[in-house]
Design a protein around this ligand. Structure first.
Ligand code: ATP
Ligand code: MG
Length: 146
C-alpha cells in the first residue's frame, strides 16, 4: 500500500481528486477510518473530479446519497453512490436496502464509509478497493493508506 500524510482538509480533498482518476464504473471503494478521519472529505475530492457540484455530506442518517456526475475522460454520465454503513447491523439489512442492485449498476461507482459489513462471508466474491485513514499526532494530520 502507498501512504500519504495529509496536513489539511484541502490536501485530503486533493488526494480524493487524484485517486478518482483510478476509479472505473462498478468499482466498490471502502473508506476505513474512525469518526472525523476524513472519509467524507476524501469523497468531496472524488465528487469534484466527476464534476459533481452538490454539497457532499456524510450519509450517516440516510445510508445512501446518490450524485450524478460526468466522467471527464469520455464525457459520459456517471452515478456516485455514497454509502455509510455505520448504522447497518447485518448483511441482511444491507441486502434489504437494495445494495446488490446498486452495485450491479454498470454506470455507477460505489463508495462506502464504515465498510466492515463487506467482510461478511456472503459478500466475499466481490472485489473492493480500500483506503485507510488514521488520525496523526497533530489535529490536522491524517495518514492515508491506499
Ligand atoms: N488533514 C485533514 N484531512 C481531512 N480532514 C481533516 C484534516 N485535518 C483536519 N480535518 C478535519 O477533520 C474532519 C474530517 O471530517 P469528515 O466528515 O471528512 O470525517 P469522516 O471520516 O467522514 O467522519 P464520519 O465517520 O463521522 O462520517 C473535518 O472537520 C476536517 O476539517
Ligand atoms: Mg463521513
Amino acid at each position: 500500500m502507498k501512504r500519504l500524510i495529509s496536513t489539511s482538509p484541502e490536501i485530503t480533498v486533493r488526494f480524493g481528486y487524484e485517486y478518482a482518476k483510478t476509479l472505473k464504473n462498478t468499482d466498490i471503494l471502502g473508506l476505513i477510518g474512525e469518526l472525523g478521519s476524513g472519509k467524507t472529505c476524501l469523497v468531496r475530492g472524488i465528487a469534484k473530479y466527476f464534476r459533481i457540484t452538490d454539497d457532499i455530506i456524510s450519509p450517516t442518517f440516510l445510508i445512501l446519497n446518490q450524485y450524478k456526475g460526468i466522467n471527464p475522460l469520455n464525457h459520459t454520465n456517471i452515478i456516485i453512490n455514497h454509502f455509510d454503513f455505520y448504522r447497518l447491523k447485518s448483511y441482511e439489512e444491507l441486502h434489504s436496502i437494495g445494495f446488490d442492485e446498486y452495485i450491479s449498476d454498470m454506470n455507477a461507482i460505489n463508495i462506502i464509509e464504515w465498510p466492515s459489513l463487506l467482510l461478511n462471508e456472503k459478500f466475499k466474491m466481490k472485489q473492493w478497493k480500500k483506503i485507510i485513514l488514521k488520525h496523526g499526532k497533530e489535529s490536522n494530520i491524517r495518514i492515508i493508506r491506499y
